[in-house]
Ligand binder design. Structure first.
Ligand code: DGY
Length: 329
């Protein structure tokens, strides 16, 4: 039996616990429904070698300093904006994540939001709930169509590519994108065109954000940016809520700078139930369910456990965010 103790911060799909048990790995698990606090996390991880982290617990310098036995953090997410990666590297702790396996499910969520916004579906549903299913007149609460429109992707990586494939296949949308680096796969497969950020704003009928949250992207989509978009445009964000400025988004929608918005991520999360976005006609908000399917969550958990097993067996990690840490150990 391994002497490495794993701490898991939440309930996880059964397959994860089965794989850990099969590998004779001893784990303890946060037993409560509520989110673990920073102090509780430190108390629980202090004696552990491995943290299996679910969700957005802040893993900062103070945390790494307080957990001297820690040898690995295995994240159950592709995003790692909640981790101070340079502090982890300083404390010689590799961080692994779960890229790839969640791309299709997350793109499906972006596509779902795009379609829901384009037909004001969430708003119409709420009207029925309020007993307001009225006889329609031909100009009532109209949506807009997506056929042959232009999809702009901000941050065309694995998830953005899946979203682009869906939109091309379903609606023959033209694909434009803005990235630091060119995505040749998307250019070859989908005729995607790299454009400047300004052109992405000007030309997109639907602008879907798939970038990471970083110093460069934090608050990037603000009023000034929204006002450069088409007044008929739909803004979709399934990456991180802090990439857009929520107050500015509300104002841009109210002022008609853009037409609609679909959000799977908000800032803060959870969104307050009285947030004005929730009452707007062409807005759809979901509670960060991008990767929340049975199949994808199982694959994410398997990958997170494979990284743990690799670490215990002194093998190469499958998905390491800070591989430079290996040079230091
Ligand atoms: C991810 O994997 O980063 C998802 O957004 C869940 O946080």
């Amino acid at each position: 039996m391994s002497e490495k103790l794993v701490f898991i911060t939440s309930r996880i799909p059964k397959i994860g616990l089965e794989l850990l048990t099969e590998a004779n790995i001893v784990y303890k698990q946060w037993p409560y429904e509520r989110k673990i606090t920073k102090q509780e996390l430190i108390e629980n991880v202090r004696d552990c070698s491995i943290l299996f982290n679910v969700g957005s617990n802040q893993l900062d310098k103070e945390f790494f300093k307080a957990c001297p036995k820690l040898e690995l953090v295995s994240l159950l997410s592709v995003g790692y904006d909640h981790v101070d990666v340079s502090a982890a590297t300083q404390y010689r702790i590799p961080i692994t994540n779960t890229p790839g396996v969640l791309s299709k499910a997350t793109a499906d969520t972006a596509f779902l939001l795009m379609l829901a916004v384009s037909r004001k579906a969430f708003y119409q549903h709420k009207k029925i709930l309020k007993g307001k299913w009225q006889k329609k007149i031909p100009t009532d609460i109209l949506g807009i169509e997506l056929h042959n429109k232009t999809l702009g992707i901000f941050g065309l990586g694995r998830i953005g590519l899946e979203m682009a494939k869906l939109c091309k296949g379903a609606y023959n949308m033209e694909i434009i994108y803005h990235n630091r680096n060119r995505n040749e796969e998307a250019e070859d497969m989908l005729n995607a065109r790299w454009v400047s950020f300004e052109d992405l704003l000007k030309q997109s009928d639907v602008l879907s954000v798939h970038s990471q949250l970083s110093e460069e992207t934090k608050g990037l989509f603000d009023y000034r940016v929204f006002s450069q978009m088409k007044d008929s445009a739909i803004f979709i964000n399934t990456s991180r809520g802090a990439v857009h400025n929520e107050e500015d988004l509300i104002k841009a929608l109210e002022d008609g700078q853009i037409w609609g918005a679909g959000l799977d991520v908000t800032n803060p999360e959870p969104m307050a139930p009285d947030n004005p976005l929730l009452e707007m006609e062409s807005v759809a908000v979901l509670p960060h369910i991008g990767s929340a399917t049975v199949e994808t969550r199982n694959e994410m958990v398997k990958l997170a456990v494979q990284n743990i097993i690799a670490k215990i067996n002194n093998e190469s990690l499958l998905t390491c965010i800070n591989p430079e840490v290996m040079e230091l150990t």
